[in-house]
Design a protein. Structure first.
Length: 456
């Protein structure tokens, strides 16, 4: 029964109430009350979770499932997502009703996007819609997105967290980069990638200073950020972790049980990742040519897409007997291939520009599924894999070492089983998404409380 707004509020008895509606589809007025619930199961209705605004300028690239995996596992906070634009796949990646983008604002869209990108001036109506959800903190993912979120944090008067995954923490400045050259002389439309990279470099020191907390996804990334001038006390290492309800050995057993013919008649080596230079897929193809000389029945499955896909497919067609490129695949299909494969190979390399991985999530997911991993001794990977204990690590670009590690796992089932069991133990002990997300929420608590007390 609706509550008559002309009545006395003391007449509210639990069987009636009222709704506060905003003036348009992106007006979230009233959510603070409408979200009230019994959070801890004690029979008492608590006020709703506080809002965290997750910032990613484009919502959301297909390879970044780790962002909603983390944000949707908050226990004491509610995530909303902000960015300047949304990709066509957004409804498969994020809860669309909690996405508030600049491009949703009506009229003069190109003008306001230019004002935001070139002058760091966010559209006032967009800021007002973000205020409606009452965020207490902004958490941006990737360095450039942290730069873009700075003016929002200032206008919303909330603390800013920035997670550095790899690219902006490891890539070296171009030899011709001149920080004194006016940025407007570099045309965004002629080379947007170069423009945004230089924009980040110019704003990096400001970002380090104005951010309340910098999150590094590995100790390796933390050290790189400190080398670039980030205050040591601001950088916290936080492993995002794996959802152990979605990736576990029981799921592997179930998938194998329903695919017995494939399990019994095919030996599969698996690669999952973007087909770009730092992923090192070229070196896996070269290694597999040697593996297939000794074990002709072994098949390589490559999941992922990227600028190098065509040349890699051309190489495989000339050098390998059994290799299949599957392109982009759903999480469920990736899990299926993890369950059906014998080894996951992650042959990451450092690029000519110094860019590296952080700690690839696919390694942690495979270990959680009981799939042994062969990976490069690279960046943050040794933080999860101990060579000879729960996996094999090989030098970057070493085709002979990579092929030998794959052959050893195929030839010696006892090593494969040992790595599988130890890998599961490693993930359960250090990379449980739910446990690690609770630790992140504690960092939020500290930052929010300190920030709010500074305004009292």
């Amino acid at each position: 029964m609706l509550f008559d707004p002309a009545s006395n509020p003391s007449d509210l008895d639990g069987s009636n109430g009222f709704v506060v509606n905003g003036s348009n589809a992106v007006d979230y007025s009233g959510r603070s009350v409408s979200g009230a619930e019994d959070i801890n199961g004690d029979g008492i209705i608590e006020m709703p979770k506080r809002t965290i605004l997750i910032y990613r300028d484009q919502l959301l690239p297909y390879s970044e499932t780790f962002i909603p995996a983390q944000a949707e596992n908050y226990t004491r906070y509610q995530s909303f997502y902000a960015g300047s634009s949304r990709l066509s796949n957004i409804d498969t990646m994020l809860p669309v009703e909690r996405c508030i983008t600049l491009e949703q604002e009506k009229g003069l869209k190109k003008f306001w996007k230019g004002a935001y990108w070139f002058f760091n001036f966010p559209r006032p109506s967009w800021v007002e819609h973000l205020k409606d959800i009452e965020p207490c903190l902004i958490h941006a993912h990737f360095g450039l997105d942290g730069v873009m979120a700075m003016p929002l944090a200032k206008r919303l008067r909330v603390p800013l967290f920035v997670t550095f995954h790899a690219h902006y923490a490891t890539k070296q400045p171009d030899a011709d980069f001149n920080p004194r050259e006016p940025l407007y002389k570099q045309l965004y439309f002629s080379d947007p990638i170069q423009y945004t990279w230089h924009l980040y470099l110019r704003k990096r020191a400001q970002l380090f200073e104005s951010s309340n907390c910098i999150i590094a996804i590995s100790n390796y990334i933390r050290q790189r950020l400190i080398e670039q001038g980030c205050p040591e006390e601001k950088v916290n290492v936080h492993y995002i972790g794996v959802d152990l309800q979605q990736f576990n050995a029981e799921i592997t057993r179930e998938i194998k049980a329903s695919n017995t013919q494939l399990v019994n008649h095919q030996t599969t080596i698996l690669f999952v990742g973007r087909l770009v230079e730092k992923k090192g897929c070229e070196y896996l193809l070269r290694s597999m040519a040697h593996v297939q000389q000794l074990m002709p029945y072994v098949k390589l499955i490559v999941i992922g897409d990227g600028v190098l896909r065509q040349p890699l497919e051309n190489m495989a067609s000339k050098t390998l007997r059994h290799c299949q490129f599957l392109g982009l695949q759903s999480t469920e299909m990736v899990k299926k291939w993890m369950a059906l494969s014998s080894v996951l190979v992650v042959p990451s390399v450092t690029t000519e520009t110094g860019e590296t991985e952080g700690l690839p999530m696919v390694i942690l997911e495979a270990m959680a599924m009981g799939l042994p991993v062969v990976a490069s001794f690279h960046a943050g990977i040794p933080e999860a894999i101990s060579h000879g204990e729960n996996g094999f690590l090989v030098p970057e670009r070493s085709i002979s070492d990579l092929s030998q590690a794959i052959l050893d796992l195929l030839r010696y089932p006892n090593i494969k089983e040992h790595f599988a069991n130890k890998g599961i133990e490693t993930i359960q002990a250090n990379y449980d998404l739910q446990t690690n997300t609770k630790h992140l929420e504690m960092l939020y608590d500290t930052a929010v409380n300190q920030y709010q007390s500074s305004y009292k």
